[in-house]
Write a protein that binds this ligand. Structure first.
Ligand code: AMP
Length: 598
C-alpha cells in the first residue's frame, strides 16, 4: 500500500466523529490488506508502532520535529516556529510548507512498509548522537512526502495523530471486514484482543485462520491481559443479593494494580492496569516473586501497597505514587517506602492457563502455589453467607487500612473475564458509608443523549446547586446511574416544559449538554465524595482558585423532589460545608483525597 493512500484515509477519518462512518471508512481501508501490512496499518492508525504495552516511543520532541521540517523544506527553524504558532499545529504547517517546495520524486512514492520501517528506526535510535539520527531519518521521509503525507507523518512522530480510531471501532471493523460481522464474531475477536492486548496479532490470526482460529490466541508470558474490572453496589445486602447469597470477600487494597509475569527463568515483568510495563519501579517485587511462587511460569494479579515492614501495616497509598516514573533515587525510595504485593488472582500456573476456571478454583490454586514472604502475600479473604458477617469483614478490612472490600462471585461462571466490567466482582468502598452520608438535592439544568441501551433517550442529567446570594445555579455533577427503566422513561415528560434552546443565563457550568433546561426539576442524588473539579462551578474558587466542587460517582436515589422548587435545592454553601466536613474526616490535608487507582 502506498502511504499517500493511507494519508487520504486519515484525511477522511479526521473529518468525521461518527462511529458508524469511522467504521465504514476503516472497513474500506483494511479489507484489501493482509498481514503483516494489516498489523502495521492498525498500529499506525492508533498512533503506535507496536501494541501499546510494548511502550515503544518515537522520542521526537517538538523542537526536533521543527528542525526536521525546516531542513526538509530549506528554511530556518524560527520561521517554522512562527508559522506553527499561527496554525496551532506543526502538522498543518508542514503540509503548507511542503506545498511550496519541489518533492524528491526519484525514489518513487512512499510505501506504508517503508514509512513503518523508517519510523521504527527513529524509535530505535538511542543514546549519543541519536537526536541527529532521528532528525536525519525524519528529513529523509519528509523530502519524499506529499503535503498531506507530511502532515500525518509529523503528527505521528509528535504523538498527536488523532484520527479517531478507537480500539472498539477497530474490533467492529475487523468483524465486518474479515468475518460475517455478526455479534458472535465480534465477541470472539474482542475476547482474543482482551487476552493478548494486541490488535495486530488478532487481525493477523483472523485473516489467516478465520474466527475459529482465534481460539489459539492465548496467554503468553510478557504479554499483558486486559484486566477484569468490578462493578459497584450501594450496600452489602445488595452485594450479597447480586452474588446469590454467598460471596468471597477480600480486602480492597488501595494501591496499584499489578499483573506479574513470572517465567521459569529470566526477568519478571510487571504491568499496570493500563498495561504499561512498570517492572523497573518495583525491583523488590521482581526480586521476590520467583521465590514466592511455586508453579512457574505463572501470571498473577495483585495490588501493590506500601507497608511498614516492622509492623506489617498497610500505609497510605500516596506513599507509593511517589515512585511512579522515578528512575534515579529508586534505591532510597525503596527503603523509605517499602511495598508488598497482595496477590488476588492467578491466570497462568505452571505454564497452563487457569483463567477460565471458577474463582474458588483459582483461589485454591493460588493458596497452593504461593509461599508468602514479607513482600508477596495473599489477599485476605473470607467467604460469607449473610449481611452481618459481611459487615464485620468490611469493618475489619477498613480498620486494617483497606479502602473497602471486593466481593467475588463463587458461581460456576466466575472465570476471569479479561477486559470486562461486571457483577462477578463488586467493589464496596468506605467512601460510600463514611465519606458522604448526606444526599444532595440538585436542580436539572441540562440533559445528555444516551448511548447503547439508552440511545434515543436522555442518558444523563446535568445537576446544579443554588447560590441564593447571586441567584445562580452552579453545576456539580452529571448523573446517569440510579435510574431504572421506568424513571428514565418518565423523565423527558417531566422535563419537557423546562427545555430551552440555549444556556439559561442563571446557569453556570463548564459543560455543554445536548439539551439545556431551565432550572425547575429537583432530583435527590448521593455520591462517593466531593472533589475539586475544573469543569463544575459549585462554590467556584471557595477552596481553590478556578476549581468548583463536584460529586464523584453520583447516583440518583429514585426520589424526585417534587416538594422542592429550584431555589429550595441544596445551596452552594451547604455543599461547601459537606466538602469541608468530609475533608476533616478523611485526612488532615486541605483537599479531599482523589482516587489513586486509575
Ligand atoms: P476501582 O479502581 O475502584 O475500580 O477498584 C478496582 C481495583 O481495586 C482493581 O483494579 C484493583 O486495582 C483494586 N483491588 C484492591 N484489592 C483488590 C482485590 N482483593 N481484588 C481485586 N482488585 C483489588
Amino acid at each position: 500500500m502506498e502511504f499517500r493512500d493511507l494519508a487520504a484515509f486519515y484525511e477522511r477519518l479526521e473529518a468525521t466523529s461518527k462511529r458508524l462512518e469511522v467504521r465504514a471508512i476503516l472497513v474500506e481501508l483494511i479489507r484489501p490488506l493482509r498481514p503483516p501490512e494489516l498489523a502495521r496499518v492498525l498500529y499506525l492508525s492508533q498512533g503506535m508502532l507496536r501494541p501499546e504495552y510494548e511502550g515503544v516511543e518515537l522520542g521526537v520532541a517538538d523542537s526536533l520535529a521543527r528542525r526536521a521540517v525546516a531542513t526538509a523544506v530549506g528554511t530556518d527553524e524560527g520561521s517554522v516556529g512562527r508559522l506553527t504558532k499561527a496554525s496551532g499545529d506543526l502538522g498543518t504547517t508542514t503540509q503548507e510548507l511542503l506545498a511550496t517546495v519541489r518533492r524528491l520524486e526519484e525514489s518513487g512514492p512512499l510505501t506504508v512498509a517503508e514509512v513503518y520501517r523508517e519510523l521504527s528506526r527513529i524509535a530505535e535510535a538511542k543514546g549519543a548522537g541519536s537526536q541527529e539520527e532521528k532528525v536525519r531519518l525524519l528529513v529523509s521521509l519528509l523530502v519524499r512526502a506529499t503535503p498531506l503525507e507530511g502532515k500525518f507523518l509529523v503528527r505521528f512522530v509528535l504523538g498527536t495523530l488523532r484520527v479517531g480510531v478507537r480500539e472498539m471501532t477497530i474490533l467492529d471493523a475487523l468483524a465486518e471486514a474479515f468475518a460475517d460481522g455478526s455479534k458472535e464474531a465480534r465477541a470472539r475477536i474482542e475476547a482474543a484482543f482482551n487476552l493478548s492486548s494486541d490488535l495486530g496479532l488478532v487481525a493477523g490470526v483472523l485473516v489467516e485462520q478465520g474466527v475459529g482460529g482465534l481460539a489459539s490466541v492465548g496467554l503468553e508470558i510478557g504479554r499483558p491481559i486486559r484486566p477484569m474490572l468490578a462493578e459497584r453496589e450501594r450496600d452489602l445486602a445488595a452485594v450479597l443479593e447480586r452474588m446469590g447469597g454467598s460471596a468471597a470477600l477480600e480486602y480492597k487494597y488501595d494501591g496499584l494494580r499489578v499483573q506479574a509475569h513470572i517465567p521459569k527463568r529470566g526477568p519478571v515483568r510487571l504491568f499496570s492496569r493500563r498495561l504499561e510495563e512498570i517492572s523497573a519501579q518495583f525491583p523488590e517485587l521482581t526480586d521476590a516473586l520467583p521465590g514466592a511462587v511455586r508453579e512457574l511460569p505463572a501470571i498473577l494479579e495483585g495490588e501493590c501497597v506500601p507497608i511498614d515492614l516492622d509492623t506489617g501495616e498497610i500505609q497510605p497509598f500516596q506513599e507509593v505514587s511517589r515512585r511512579r516514573g522515578r528512575k534515579h533515587d529508586l534505591a532510597r525510595v525503596q527503603e523509605e517506602v517499602p511495598v508488598c504485593l497482595f496477590v488476588f488472582d492467578v491466570l497462568l500456573a505452571g505454564g497452563q492457563p487457569v483463567y477460565e476456571q471458577s474463582f474458588p478454583e483459582r483461589r485454591a490454586r493460588l493458596e497452593r502455589m504461593l509461599r508468602p514472604t514479607d513482600r508477596v502475600r495473599l489477599a485476605v479473604q473470607s467467604v460469607v453467607h449473610d449481611v452481618p458477617a459481611a459487615t464485620e469483614f468490611f469493618e475489619e478490612a477498613v480498620a486494617a487500612g483497606g479502602e473497602g472490600i471486593m466481593a467475588k462471585s463463587l458461581k460456576d461462571g466466575s472465570g476471569y473475564r479479561a477486559g470486562a466490567r461486571g457483577y462477578w466482582w463488586i467493589k464496596y468502598k468506605r467512601e460510600y458509608t463514611a465519606g458522604l452520608s448526606d444526599s444532595v438535592d440538585g436542580v436539572v439544568v441540562g440533559a445528555f443523549q444516551g448511548r447503547g441501551r439508552r440511545a434515543g433517550h436522555y442518558g444523563a442529567y446535568l445537576l446544579a446547586v443554588y447560590d441564593p446570594a447571586r441567584d445562580r445555579f452552579e453545576t456539580f455533577c452529571k448523573v446517569g446511574s440510579g435510574f431504572d427503566d421506568a424513571a428514565l422513561a418518565a423523565m423527558p415528560k417531566r422535563l419537557a416544559r423546562f427545555e430551552t434552546g440555549e444556556r439559561p443565563p442563571s446557569v453556570e457550568t463548564g459543560l455543554t449538554p445536548d439539551q439545556w433546561m431551565r432550572p425547575g426539576l429537583v432530583l435527590e442524588v448521593r455520591g462517593a465524595e466531593l472533589t475539586l473539579s475544573p469543569i463544575h462551578r459549585a462554590a467556584l474558587g471557595a477552596v481553590r482558585a478556578g476549581a468548583g466542587l463536584a460529586l464523584r460517582f453520583p447516583r440518583f436515589t429514585g426520589r424526585v423532589r417534587d416538594d422542592k422548587g429550584p431555589t429550595e435545592a441544596t445551596t452552594s454553601a451547604e455543599l461547601l460545608r459537606m466538602y469541608r466536613s468530609q475533608v476533616r474526616q478523611a485526612s488532615p490535608s486541605e483537599e479531599a483525597p482523589t482516587s489513586p487507582t486509575g
